[in-house]
Design a protein around this ligand. Structure first.
Ligand SMILES: *[C@@H]1O[C@H](CO)[C@@H](O)[C@H](O)[C@H]1NC(C)=O
Ligand SMILES: CC(=O)N[C@H]1CO[C@H](CO)[C@@H](O)[C@@H]1O
Ligand SMILES: CC(=O)N[C@H]1CO[C@H](CO)[C@@H](O)[C@@H]1O
Length: 355
């Protein structure tokens, strides 16, 4: 009897809990309005391998079975930017993973930066989206074959007029593709307070990107700077993150929206209450090695073009830098950016399910 009653009570509780699920309010409410994280110490930095790069930046990370696949920028004050790839199964050993410099692939030498990787299911192809002066992409049938990335192709014929107008001394950076069931959307930033969005029907992707529109805008460029990422968090809700520059370094603001195209509602969107920043990241295993929590990505285990992440127990691979070097006024491109992992500690989910 007791067992049956208990089971019935459990079933009732489960039913009650699943009632609100299915609308975007429920999904949004799975997210806290303030986030808390812990960070590791440095995991990955430049190798002493003859390439003499200054920083490892802008990671994009996916997990397939036990393997993490990371694409990142190589930054060098003398040689400019290119891309690298590495993989590992254990974060504690991420620093030992050999780098495959993607200039060895047909993707080639020259300016390439800020990659995003995803699997475009309709074409059964991996895409790497990045900036090369334009919004560029390469494709590859096999994620495990880094020599297979094709030469860059472009989403636009040149810098779109709206973005050219908006730049005013900024830079056109950080291209990001995310698709819903009908369209693929291409976001980019101008380091000048604007986030742009174009779209194309999924069956036309990667061709046919529309003229961009302004998706988000701030009067101060520092409040909407760069490194935007947009993820599906289920049931028609999207989470947008944008890197900003505050009084105490770089941090991320967040918004949710019922559609990739908006409207975007602030979630944790201030330097005092950031999605990720100085104020909400602890370093339990050592010193606060970086004040800035800069360009990076949530770890995705769903690798396709929908960029679905469960709104639970987020993990985010970021770039950070020694605060004394960051504030010393040297060239941005020479900064010794390195990668570390933050893990959300105040998730409102357990065992990956909404509650
Ligand atoms: C890991 O990277 C190496 C290149 O450094 C590549 O040859 C190998 O296939 C990758 N492993 C997996 C599991 O993708
Ligand atoms: C991710 C998420 O919240 N998915 C839920 C969407 O809504 C259906 C029911 O309407 C649930 O079964 C899913 O778990
Ligand atoms: C995989 C996982 O996170 N399992 C956890 C599910 O919740 C129970 C009880 O809270 C934990 O003990 C498990 O470790």
């Amino acid at each position: 009897m007791f067992r049956v009653t208990l089971l019935a009570a459990l079933a009732a509780a489960v039913a009650a809990r699943s009632l609100p699920i299915g609308n975007s309010l429920a999904t949004r409410s799975a997210l806290p309005t303030s986030f808390k994280w812990t960070s590791t110490q440095v995991l990955v930095g430049p190798k002493n391998d003859g390439r003499r790069i200054d920083g490892v930046k802008d990671p994009s990370i996916i997990q397939i079975d036990d393997t993490y696949h990371v694409f990142a920028s190589t930054a060098s004050d003398a040689q400019g930017y290119n891309l690298l790839y590495f993989n590992f199964t254990d974060f504690a050993k991420a620093g030992e993973a050999p780098f495959f410099y993607l200039d060895q692939a047909p993707l080639g030498t020259g300016y390439r930066a800020a990659p995003e990787v995803f699997y475009f299911e309709p074409q059964k192809l991996w895409y790497l989206v990045y900036q090369d002066g334009n919004a560029a992409y390469s494709t590859n049938a096999d994620i495990s074959n880094p020599a297979g990335w094709t030469a860059p192709q472009h989403f636009y014929s040149g810098t779109p007029a709206l973005i050219q107008e908006g730049l005013e001394g900024g830079y056109w950076v950080d291209m990001w593709v995310v698709c819903d069931a009908k369209n693929c959307h291409l976001f980019s930033s101008d380091d000048n307070g604007r986030l742009y969005r174009s779209q194309t029907p999924i069956e036309n992707f990667p061709k046919g990107m529309s003229e961009p529109v302004i998706a988000l805008k701030e009067a101060s460029k520092y409040d909407l700077f760069e490194a935007s990422t947009i993820y599906s968090i289920g049931n028609g809700t999207y989470l947008t993150l944008v890197e900003c520059i505050g009084a105490n370094g770089r941090y991320f603001r967040s918004w949710t929206s019922p559609d990739i195209a908006g409207p975007y509602t602030p979630l944790a969107a201030t330097e005092a209450n950031p999605f990720l920043g100085l104020n909400n990241v602890d370093f339990p295993s050592g010193p606060r090695w970086s004040k800035s929590i800069s360009h990076g990505e949530l770890i995705r285990t769903n690798v396709d073009q929908n960029l679905y992440v469960e709104p639970c127990n987020f993990r985010f691979l970021y770039q950070g830098v020694d605060p004394t070097v960051e504030s010393s006024g040297g060239s941005y491109n020479a900064l010794p950016w390195k990668l570390a992992l933050v893990t959300q500690t105040n998730s409102q989910c357990s065992n990956g399910t909404l509650r």
